[in-house]
Design a protein. Structure first.
Length: 330
């Protein structure tokens, strides 16, 4: 089976988490992933607290399994969103785009599991010291707001630096990616872009179509000069960003161009002028399927390979770099 500490901590069957994508990760998607044995997340993004509260209520009606909320720490509503999470007793909270340090003791007080997304070894260590339950280690292959390092180099370095479980994210869309993440020392994975292209995802059909049609080099990064780099599919908007950045526009001017553009793409289906956030795996995704069939395929194609790797290591490689990795799998 594919049972790791992540399953025990979160109370889920498979250590597969759905990324908490702003506008895209609604209650419908989160509940479908949780019902299929993974952990679904509602993406709070920049939404006001009332909107997040409504999604939490909806998710509770759609699943009796654990689910979570991803809090985007750059949101102007972050304080109110944390209040709603606490009053609704959300079982799992992941955070992105910043350091969640000041919220940790409060979340622990309501018994929520807290899992920050970290882009570096230093932040991973600091978070472990503050008592978080696990880490999402996200490489630059991911969509949306990204760090600098790849999943391939970040996961093993953080897995070596901390004792809490590591959940790999960025660049994973199928069982090959899951197997690779586990070989690097992860005990769970988070997939975002793959779950956008599902029947249950409420994103506009044109958004899903843009991902299905994307080729290997289409997921590009804009906004590096602002300190908030964002990966999305190449279109008129990314070209306009490029022009602004090249002529040395101010951070304010560049960020103004991005305002409201994610909603335009996800809700209205404007894939030319909107921000079609997606990871580098966009080029690997060829279809739109039900969440359950994706989960079943991921599990059935991962388990035999993981079983083989576990056995190989316990038989012959006990003193090797893999020894610690496979001791945690049941
Ligand atoms: O947060 C994400 N991905 C996102 S958030 C988002 S909404 C947005 N839109 C426009 C601009 C900015 C955000 C779309 N996609 N992923 C998790 C993630 N967290 N990636 C990188 C980080 C991160 C970066 C710095 C986490 C912590 C951090 O800490 C810096 C510090 O304060 O120490």
């Amino acid at each position: 089976m594919l049972h790791t500490r992540v399953c025990d901590i979160l109370g889920i069957k498979y250590p597969i988490i759905q990324g908490g994508m702003a506008w895209v990760a609604t209650a419908e998607l989160a509940a479908a992933v949780s019902n299929a044995g993974g952990l679904g997340l509602i993406g709070a993004g920049n939404a006001p607290a009332e909107v997040v509260e409504k999604e939490i209520k909806k998710a509770k009606q759609m699943t009796d399994k654990p689910f979570g909320v991803n809090v985007m720490l750059l949101s102007p509503f972050v304080e109110e969103v944390m209040d709603v999470i606490c009053s609704s007793r959300v079982p799992v909270v992941t955070t992105g785009a910043g350091n969640p340090g000041k919220y940790i003791s409060r979340l622990k007080g309501i018994n929520s599991k807290i899992i920050p997304v970290v882009p570096s070894v230093a932040l991973a260590r600091r978070m472990e010291t503050l008592g978080v339950d696990a880490l999402v280690v996200e490489g630059t292959e991911a969509g949306g707001h990204i760090g600098e390092l790849t999943t391939m180099v970040l996961v093993p370095q953080i897995a070596d630096a901390v004792s809490i479980p590591v959940i790999a994210a960025g660049g994973i869309a199928d069982a090959r990616g899951i197997v690779a993440a586990f070989a690097l020392g992860a005990e769970g994975v988070q997939l975002g872009t793959r779950f956008v292209c599902t029947e249950e995802c409420t994103a506009h059909p044109e958004y899903k179509r843009a991902i299905v049609e994307a080729k290997d080099r289409d997921a590009v990064v804009t906004g590096r000069s602002t300190g908030h780099p964002v990966r999305c599919l190449k279109n008129k908007l990314t070209r306009d960003f490029e022009k602004l950045e090249q002529k040395g526009a101010s951070v304010e001017e560049i960020e103004k161009l991005g305002a409201g553009k994610l909603r335009e793409a996800v809700v209205e289906g404007n894939t030319k002028g909107g921000s079609v956030m997606a990871g580098q795996v966009a080029g690997m995704i060829k279809d739109i399927k039900p969440v359950k069939s994706i989960m079943e395929e991921l599990i059935s194609e991962t388990v035999p390979v993981v079983e083989m790797m576990k056995k190989l290591v316990s038989d012959r490689n006990n003193g090797s770099v893999y020894a610690n990795i496979w001791s945690g799998y049941e």
